[in-house]
Design a binder for this molecule. Structure first.
Ligand SMILES: Nc1ncnc2c1ncn2[C@@H]1O[C@H](COP(=O)(O)OP(=O)(O)O)[C@@H](O)[C@H]1O
Ligand SMILES: O=C(O)[C@@H](O)C(=O)COP(=O)(O)O
Length: 426
């Protein structure tokens, strides 16, 4: 059966967030890790989210991977492809949101692409092109200290223009509130002016329903889970959704084994969640300097976990506060330190799986990408939601046997997130 909606996610936590939103809004959804091998038996679904790890790589590399995924999704029948970006617009002036959006638009005939990272359920709203995170302008939110993509400008028209080949327009809230016809007319006007992309305001889910309805008529859109909600609701309303929504209960069948949490996220939310979880389970806080110095710290972490894990779930965290992160980065460089720590946390996670862990929570988008790649998991079935934006995932076609994972975006989840996740993964 051809799919109704395809999506390319720029990281793995983002992919699971979107897959969760699509499932909750009526589309049966599978999440693949890259383009799966043709031998992988994927379930018959309405939507496929291809997870890529392209948020923080060179733009040329991101464009090549995304255009390949787009072709694969079109071959599976996707008339619309959503490029799933972070609801906090994580990117640098060099990309990758602009270059990938441009490339997907070019592949689909050069339409003006509707772009919005709004995701009201998690406090991300866009007004007059400015992104607010929990009520704070993006550049005053904790995202100003992100280890890889510090965000210093809340004006997304400007941010997107710096990354794009053409001009970028705005579809303001008054236009969105006036309905789908008004949004279409505004996009037509921007097209006539030569714009290649348009940031759309959205504050409430109703705004995203309007935007989803309009976006669905074009081949490509760019956005976060909120736009996914709009697209999914437009598809279900159109009566084109034929398959039943995948049962979350099926995805959460017990897998047994041991459980562990690995964190490389340095976000404010994750740091708080680690402090809370520390009250009820053993935690090893890795020394980032030693991780960069050589393999000893990794071996020690594995042995520390080995001594405790049969008695209790354990947490291993590289996560540090912004001052520690910036000290390390000034010594070793931003990308080099981020990449080395991702490699270390992925190695530790893989060793824990080799020692019997089958329920694994990973905090951090890049960290999750490195870990899932190291485990070579080909795809996921979507289970119930632990917190907005974070579902339980069940592996599909995993060589270690079935596992349950939660890939937590750094910024998501309440302070009890880790305990809540472990409580529903059996
Ligand atoms: N102590 C640390 N110092 C510097 N960088 C770190 C530290 N701990 C983790 N990192 C890196 O910070 C980045 C965090 O990004 P990510 O995993 O995407 O988390 P989030 O979801 O919070 O954005 C990763 O590249 C990770 O390796
Ligand atoms: O849209 C979002 O905020 C998330 O789905 C997302 O992309 C998270 O990225 P990380 O914070 O890097 O995990």
């Amino acid at each position: 059966m051809p799919i109704l909606l395809g999506s390319i996610a720029d990281d793995y936590t983002g992919a699971s967030d979107l897959a969760n939103t699509l499932t909750k809004n009526g589309l049966s959804t599978a999440q693949t890790v890259g383009i799966p091998d043709p031998s992988l038996a994927l379930p018959d679904v309405d939507a496929i989210v291809v997870s890529l790890k392209i948020r923080s790589v060179a733009a040329v590399e991101a464009v090549a991977a995304a255009t390949q995924a787009e072709r694969w999704l079109r071959e599976r029948g996707a008339a619309h492809v959503l490029y799933k970006i972070c609801s906090t617009f994580d990117s640098t002036d060099a990309g990758n949101i602009g270059p990938v959006t441009d490339a997907l638009s070019k592949a689909a005939g050069n339409d003006v692409v509707l772009v919005t990272p709004a995701f009201p359920e998690t406090g991300r709203t866009v007004y007059l092109g400015h992104l607010f995170v929990g009520g704070h302008p993006l550049n005053e939110s904790p995202l100003k200290d992100h280890p890889l993509n510090p965000m210093h400008d809340a004006n997304l028209v400007r941010v997107m223009a710096r990354q794009s080949r053409g001009t970028v327009g705005l579809v303001d809230l008054a236009t969105v509130s006036a309905g789908a016809g008004a949004v279409k007319a505004r996009l037509e006007a921007l097209r006539a002016e030569g714009a290649t992309a348009a940031i759309a305001d959205a504050i409430f889910e109703h705004d995203l329903e309007t935007l989803g309805q309009v976006a669905l008529q074009a081949p490509v859109s760019t956005g976060a889970s909120g736009l996914g909600l709009g697209l999914a609701r437009a598809l279900t309303r159109s009566g084109r959704v034929s398959s039943a929504t995948a049962a979350a209960a099926d995805a959460i069948r017990p897998v047994g084994g041991l459980s562990a949490i690995v964190s490389g996220s340095c976000s404010k939310a994750t740091l708080r969640q680690l402090d809370v979880a520390e009250r009820s389970m053993p935690i090893l806080r890795l020394d980032p300097e030693r991780l960069l110095a050589g393999p000893d710290a990794i071996a020690e972490a594995i042995s520390w976990a080995g001594e405790r894990i049969s008695a209790s779930p354990v947490i291993i965290a590289a996560s540090s506060t912004p001052d520690v992160v910036s000290r390390l980065q000034s010594q070793y460089g931003r990308e080099a330190s981020g990449h080395a720590i991702e490699t270390a946390t992925a190695t530790i996670a893989a060793e824990l799986v080799a020692r019997g862990v089958r329920r694994l929570v990973v905090a951090g988008g890049e960290t999750s990408g490195a870990t899932v790649d190291r485990l070579a998991i080909p795809a996921f079935q979507i289970g119930p939601e632990i917190a907005p934006g974070v579902p339980v995932l069940r592996t599909v076609g995993n060589r270690q046997g079935d596992m349950l994972l939660a890939l937590k975006s750094g910024n998501f989840g309440g302070e009890d997130f880790f305990l809540e996740a472990l409580a529903i993964m059996h």
